[in-house]
Design a protein around this ligand. Structure first.
Ligand SMILES: [Zn+2]
Length: 377
């Protein structure tokens, strides 16, 4: 048999529906399969209602209750990574059509029957500032589908809408919602998936789990359908402690905001981007660290050099050159100056987002040996 590391990863789709996909991923290791699962679950952007202005609420539910329910209504978010900006990256002051979607809902009950207020009552309206921006449509808007930001199932007579609350005669709900782009690491409402799971090793040959049983382990723990894909172990088969899992049975189910195809493809792309950033960060880091390690450490420098461990967020914005710019120019050769207080720091040329060096020249850099070490205080 060919060793797993010589084989290319493969994907075999077993079932594909409008909101779920079932596939078998082979020839990758457990860490990759799990990273992939977590990226699909928590790192793909979608739009969700994030701010609610309540004008009239005479229903039995309090404002907060309704706002919480509104946040979790899935909105169509196809191509979300290109079609809308994060509000934090936008130049507007309080939301514009590039970074938000406005939805309004106004329902009142006038007959004797109880009325259901649902996601179908939410209407997307143009942003109030849109008139000025018509001249510059921006590339985000051209990448949006026709129903971008609409509640999932609103235009589909076969889909049942999401219930927001029930009202009776004389009660009214009038609200204005702002939907924003986000990811599920910030709040689960932005997750495109309702479930992502994978199974491996259905016969538990690897003994990654131990089953509790009373009399007969096989009768009490029946194997699932995925076991049909695997070789049945013999009763006298010895335990192979070097074996590793390499076949993973995935089930990805979305809430409709993104299609399962998009979730899987964007999940892979996102994982690739994360790894590329990590590699880039490590390369930049290595060059800077080599330069430091080649120099004798001045007294008290240990704690500060620890801060060089990893970039605080994202890849460093400077190329891996000129780790020490020299000269007491008291400038950090890097971005995000807001993170640092630089009363009179030494000339660090390429500090790769190393966090906050709080007190510049005064913090433990007072050893007389510094001059010869090139610390240039
Ligand atoms: Zn904006």
């Amino acid at each position: 048999m060919q060793a797993p590391e010589e084989l290319e990863p493969t994907v075999r789709i077993r079932e594909l529906a409008k909101d779920k996909v079932n596939f078998v991923l082979e020839n990758v290791d457990l860490a990759f399969a799990n990273s992939f699962r977590r990226v699909m679950m928590a790192d793909l952007p979608t739009v969700a209602i994030d701010m609610v202005e309540i004008e009239v609420n005479t229903t039995v539910l309090p404002d907060e209750f309704i706002a919480h329910r509104l946040g979790q209504i899935p909105l169509l978010s196809s191509n979300c990574d290109e079609a809308i900006r994060y509000t934090r990256d936008c130049t507007c002051l309080a939301g514009c059509s590039f970074c938000s979607i406005t939805l309004v809902l106004h329902v009142s009950c006038n007959d004797d029957n109880t009325m259901n207020v649902t996601s179908n009552h939410l209407e997307v309206t143009p942003h109030p500032e849109d008139q000025e921006q018509q001249a510059d449509p921006g590339e985000e808007l051209s990448k949006r589908g026709e129903y971008f930001g609409h509640p999932v199932g609103k235009n589909d007579p076969n889909a049942s809408p999401v219930l927001i609350c029930k009202i009776r005669k004389g009660q009214e709900l009038k609200i204005r919602c702002t939907a924003k782009k986000g990811i599920a690491k910030e709040h689960a409402k932005w997750s495109p998936c309702s479930a992502v799971a994978f199974e491996y090793d259905p016969y538990n040959k690897l003994r990654h789990t131990s089953y509790w049983f009373e009399t007969d382990i096989k009768a009490e723990w029946p194997v699932g359908d995925n076991a049909k894909e695997e070789e049945v172990p013999r009763d006298d088969e010895p335990f192979d402690y070097t074996a590793k899992p390499n076949k993973f049975y995935f089930e990805v189910e979305t809430d409709g905001s993104l299609s399962p195809q998009e979730v899987v493809m964007k999940g892979l792309a996102e994982l690739q981007t994360k790894l590329a950033n990590l590699i880039y960060g490590l390369k930049t880091q290595t060059q800077a660290e080599i330069d430091i390690m080649n120099e004798p450490q001045p007294n008290g420098a240990g704690a500060e050099t620890g801060a060089w461990g990893m970039p605080a967020s994202g890849p460093p914005a400077v190329p891996p050159t000129s780790a020490w710019s020299g000269g007491a120019s008291s400038q950090w050769g890097n971005t995000s100056p807001g993170q640092r207080s630089t009363s009179n720091p030494p000339g660090w040329g390429a500090s790769p987002n190393a966090g906050s060096w709080s007190s510049g020249a005064t913090a433990g850099w007072s050893s007389p040996g510094q001059q010869s070490n090139g610390w240039n205080v």
